[in-house]
Design a protein around this ligand. Structure first.
Ligand code: SF4
Length: 139
């Protein structure tokens, strides 16, 4: 018999989420051929110079936090990994400076933040490192 995903399955997965990835922007200062936005793929995504506004991310975290705080969260691991991905996420510095991570939930959950950067931008703009280094791990 075919098993379908139920609303309870989705609720449980959201409550026990341990990784949340934001595509902070599709903009990048490089043009790697192998990129998901690169010409290597016939059906590659087209860059639209989008920037994720902080308030949208906060709205999502607000929504998920209700599940994280609920009894449905039976996860033994309380750390939630929040990753920032692009394009080059550091090109959306207004977002990265206001990472929607603390936002009142730090007592209930530990958050660990990762930035997926290609470092070229940081090499050219080392001052950006000062703005993000306190709370993130760069991968
Ligand atoms: S650095 Fe990453 S995001 Fe930028 S073009 Fe290369 S693969 Fe794509």
């Amino acid at each position: 018999m075919t098993k379908y995903l139920t609303a309870d399955n989705i609720t449980f997965a959201m409550a026990n989420l341990n990784q949340l990835v934001f595509e902070v922007t599709d903009v990048c200062n490089l043009q790697c051929k192998y990129c998901g936005y690169g010409e290597l793929y016939d059906d590659h995504d087209k860059r639209e110079d989008k920037m994720l506004p902080t308030k949208k991310a906060i709205r999502l975290i607000d929504y998920l936090a209700e599940f994280w705080k609920s009894k449905i969260n039976t996860s033994a691991q309380s750390v939630i990994y929040i990753s920032f991905y692009g394009g080059e996420p550091l090109l959306n510095m207004p977002f990265m400076e206001n990472k929607p991570i603390c936002h009142g939930y730090m007592n209930e959950h530990d958050f660990q933040n990762y930035v997926n950067t290609q470092m070229d931008f940081l090499r050219k703009h080392p001052e950006a490192y000062q703005k993000i280094m306190e709370e993130v791990i760069i991968v």
